[in-house]
Ligand binder design. Structure first.
Ligand code: HEC
Ligand code: HEC
Length: 340
């Protein structure tokens, strides 16, 4: 009993700390906060001592996210592959284009609720949000910019010198402040205002079809795409391949048992983030639903709970209707996250 009380107290302290991260002195009276939705679990990343959230730090990260000068030939910004109107994914593109039209081998994931992710990228190869941005900045298929060259470039731009001084009180920009600022912009983005959220908070109703879809989802999908974040952040082989050109999680762990497993994506905003899967091979949500209904490919590492569901047409429509309740229009239109 005592242990339980201690755990509850610890949770309370954590949530109070999280609630204090409110900033109401933002430019144009905008509020930047990292208020954890009361029905979300405790985030993995919490802006503690080393990178405390500030309006200046956030605004600096936002400016950099949209700045093409982060790439070697000034042609590509983070936002070139992560569009706000598509929940920061790259809609319509199986593979995004980096500098010189270079293409990687994976689909750009959406960016929201990242403070809850224990690892990043489809194979989970990066395990901390603060170091994440080194990957796209230096990747030859993305921005192809050596970190030292980027620091030289930014240190030579008077406006950036001033902004870094104001945000982090440094005279010379180092990779630390660069990464902290980008982290502030990325980790603050919370998506929790979909119709589904209103429904579960008792503020909206679902129609019969959406309710049926929710039931089907709970039966067949929620073990992996677990609410409220719609991912349990594990890795799974969901049966889309018989031969694995991209070995997924195995590339990181070198374990045969991880062959063809990919990070379970959140399904929030999934209506906007087409095409689907780690290489963008499926164009529509109908394709995805058909896959789970009759397209599962059996291999050694297939997730044990998956088998062809043989859904009826009505059930497929219901599942689709439910998935569309996960779209958060407030998030994709939030001026705080748009190009400054
Ligand atoms: C050329 C397109 C492109 C550019 C430019 C780009 N990204 Fe990405 N981003 C991707 C792709 C593709 C992935 C998935 C890579 C993988 O899984 O191997 C990704 C993954 C991510 C993830 C991991 C999300 C998750 O759910 O695991 C984050 C965070 C991210 N990018 C942020 C950024 C930031 C910040 C920048 C700018 C510094 C940036 N990206 C620039 C295409 C891009
Ligand atoms: C065993 C875990 C598991 C179950 C159960 C599961 N999925 Fe998935 N799902 C995954 C994984 C892993 C991926 C990514 C696979 C890849 O890209 O190679 C995925 C991808 C998706 C995507 C594509 C998302 C994107 O951004 O590309 C959708 C949509 C989806 N699943 C819907 C569903 C639905 C609907 C159900 C129930 C009928 C379901 N899933 C059941 C593991 C699961």
């Amino acid at each position: 009993m005592k242990n339980v009380v201690q755990i509850l107290l610890a949770c309370l302290v954590i949530s109070l700390v999280a609630c204090q991260k409110r900033f109401d002195n933002a430019p144009q009276n905008r509020i930047i906060d990292f208020e954890v939705p009361s029905d979300f679990p405790t985030p993995v990343y919490q802006f503690q001592t080393n990178n405390s959230l500030s309006v200046k730090g956030f605004e600096l990260g936002r400016k950099m996210f949209y700045d093409k000068r982060l790439s070697i030939d000034n042609s590509v910004s983070c936002a070139s592959c992560h569009f706000q109107h598509a929940a920061f994914s790259d809609p319509g593109k199986a593979l995004s284009s980096g500098v010189n039209g270079a293409q990687g081998r994976r689909n750009s994931p959406p960016l929201f609720n990242l403070a809850w992710h224990p690892h990043f990228n489809w194979d989970g190869g990066v395990n901390h949000i603060e170091i994440f941005s080194v990957a796209p900045i230096t990747d030859e298929n993305e921005m192809n910019m050596p970190l030292n060259d980027l620091l030289d470039r930014l240190n030579g731009i008077a406006s950036y010198q001033k902004l870094f001084k104001e945000a982090f009180d440094v005279d010379e920009i180092t990779s630390l402040e660069l990464l902290y600022a980008l982290t502030q912009f990325m980790a603050v983005k919370i998506s929790d205002q979909s119709l589904y959220d209103e429904y579960r908070r008792g503020q909206s109703k679902f129609n019969a079809q959406q309710k049926e879809g929710l039931n089907l989802f709970n039966q067949h999908c929620a073990s992996c795409h677990t609410p409220p974040l719609f991912s349990n952040f594990g890795f799974a082989n969901n049966g889309i391949d018989s031969v694995f050109n991209d070995e997924g999680r195995k590339e990181i762990t070198h374990r045969e048992s991880d062959l063809g497993k990919f990070k379970i994506p959140s399904l929030r905003n999934v209506e906007l983030t087409w095409p689907y899967m780690h290489d963008g091979r499926m164009q529509t949500l109908e394709d995805v639903i058909n896959h789970y209904s009759e397209g599962i490919i059996y291999t050694e590492t297939l997730a044990p709970e998956l088998k062809n569901l043989h859904l009826s047409l009505e059930e497929k429509k219901a599942l689709l209707a439910f998935l569309k309740t996960l779209t958060d229009h407030e998030f994709i239109n939030n001026p705080l996250f748009s190009e400054p």
